[in-house]
Design a binder for this molecule. Structure first.
Ligand code: G3H
Length: 484
């Protein structure tokens, strides 16, 4: 509400979708703008959040789960009415295909509804009470206080809400900065936040992270840092808090998920999974398969099949029917991917599908490039590409993919493709202690959203998903009465 008569600086948003006019590419399309908050607005938002929480005595934390569920149900009803508008903004801001943007919206509604159902169960359980050795304990799940929440550009609505919703329903107050790409889609929600939550509970701060986030963290008054983004950013943000060891963090970060394809794998079924795993939303997913270890006995056959499947994918605009590859959301991404491709080629790899070197189909629309043979001297072997580049490594020694995971600084997921239960067990035993999830004969992914979603090393801190996120954003306190 403070920004309605905004006279300060604004940021103009241009779409990554470039429309052709008379055969010529038109100038980037301006799709909106938003205010750029400064420390002054960050201070106002922080003050509002602190006041609304009031050390757990505010209206929102003290209204109890039932009252908060009611508010959340009202909010969800309102959110559903904005489906078309929000889907359109997702499409234009991050160039996600219409079908995927619709899925993102619907998945978000399901996530909220599942969260509400789970909170009801938690608060109905008699396990909220424990009687032991003459004491009665009443267990309480209480909010931390003020949560600073920042989601990523690739699921601007859905992943932001996988933090915002559990934080709110637990009674926290939230300071929330939308992603750099994927901001405008929150405009339709501002009135809904105001209508359904008490003043100061949801504080949306539009602007550049560097202008507002250091202030918020340095204040020492943020209790939880909730971020889905890069580990580099997470590390530097944590250090800004004066008592960083006491800052509770819920983080979903980088990954380099490996697929291991064994000689006995059903190759047709494997290719179907690998195509989705590597290239859905152009590979711009933390859970995407980002490196493929294929056994030397089948690597040629696998490469021929995967390259053919990649070249069948249709490239185009988000609204094109059956489109698979759309423009990349970050304008700087094609340049980075080209660097990775050039580095691999200089060190002996080739593009083995019919790609054109990447990024030259017009701005950010980039043909996928499959690279082979990839080895440890190449950038693409270690770095998270977050785009449509698929490195393939041939291996012989069964321990090679395991050693890769041990050496890597990431630990999110892996996929094993094999029909042999013993070999599958071997890889599960060798890898599970280093990863958040292993997929058997399936692509890597976050869903179903009721399964825990996390990672080791630089990939995550704490666990998201429905019930785990409810725990991540609440503190267990207990009221103990001595039995007489
Ligand atoms: O970017 C990271 C997301 O958590 C990926 O989610 O596996 O459902 O696409 P997803």
């Amino acid at each position: 509400g403070e920004f309605i008569n905004w006279t300060g600086p604004v940021h103009t948003v241009y779409s990554q979708i470039f429309v052709k006019k008379d055969g010529q590419e038109a100038a980037p399309l301006e799709i909106g703008s938003y205010p750029l908050a400064t420390e002054k607005e960050a201070e106002m938002a922080l003050k509002a959040a602190l006041q609304s929480h009031d050390y757990g005595r505010g209206e929102w934390p003290s209204m109890g789960a039932e009252g908060r569920i009611k508010a959340m149900q009202g909010f969800t009803k309102g959110l559903k009415e904005h489906r078309e508008e929000i889907v359109k903004l997702i499409v234009w801001e991050i160039a996600k295909s219409v079908a995927d943007a619709e899925k993102e919206f619907d998945r978000t509604i399901e996530y909220i509804e599942e969260t509400i159902k789970t909170v009801k169960q938690i608060h109905n359980e008699s396990s909220m009470f424990k009687v032991t050795n003459g004491f009665i304990g009443q267990m309480k799940k209480l909010p931390y206080g003020v949560v600073l929440c920042m989601g990523p550009f690739n699921y601007p609505l859905n992943e932001t809400f996988t933090m915002l919703i559990p934080a709110l329903i637990n009674g926290n107050s939230v300071l929330f900065k939308p992603p750099k790409y994927g901001t405008l889609l929150f405009n339709p929600l501002l009135d809904l936040f105001k209508e359904h939550f008490p003043k100061g509970v949801v504080n949306t701060v539009y602007g550049r992270g560097r202008d507002i986030v250091p202030y918020l963290l340095q204040s020492g008054q943020v209790d939880v840092l909730a971020l889905i983004g890069s580990s580099r950013v997470a590390d530097s943000l944590k250090k800004m808090h004066p008592k960083s060891n006491r800052l509770h963090a819920v983080l979903g970060l980088d990954a380099k998920n490996a697929a291991v394809v064994l000689p006995d794998a059903d190759l047709e079924a494997t290719i179907k999974e690998v195509i989705i795993g590597t290239l859905s939303f152009n590979g711009q997913r933390c859970t995407a398969l980002k490196i493929l270890f294929v056994h030397a006995d089948i690597v040629d056959k696998f490469n021929t099949m995967l390259a053919a499947a990649i070249d069948k994918l249709s490239l185009g605009m988000p609204w094109d029917k059956g489109v698979s590859i759309t423009p990349l959301a970050e304008p700087e991404k094609p340049g980075y991917l080209k660097e990775c491709i050039d580095d691999a080629i200089a060190k002996g790899a080739k593009i083995i599908n019919a790609a054109d070197g990447g990024g030259n189909l017009g701005h950010s629309l980039m043909k996928p490039a499959m690279l082979y043979p990839v080895n440890r001297d190449m950038k693409i072997y270690w770095e998270e590409q977050f785009g449509p580049v698929i490195p393939v490594v041939a291996f012989d020694d069964p321990m090679a993919p395991v050693d890769y995971i041990t050496e890597s600084r990431f630990g999110m997921q892996a996929s094993i493709f094999s029909e042999d239960p013993q070999k599958i067990s071997f890889y599960i035993d060798q890898m599970i202690g280093q990863l958040g999830r292993i997929n058997i004969n399936a692509q890597s992914q976050r869903g179903p959203d009721t399964f825990p979603f996390n990672g080791r090393k630089d990939s995550a801190e704490n666990t998201l998903s429905v019930s785990e996120a409810l725990s991540a954003f609440s503190v267990d306190s207990v009221i103990v009465t001595k039995q007489t």
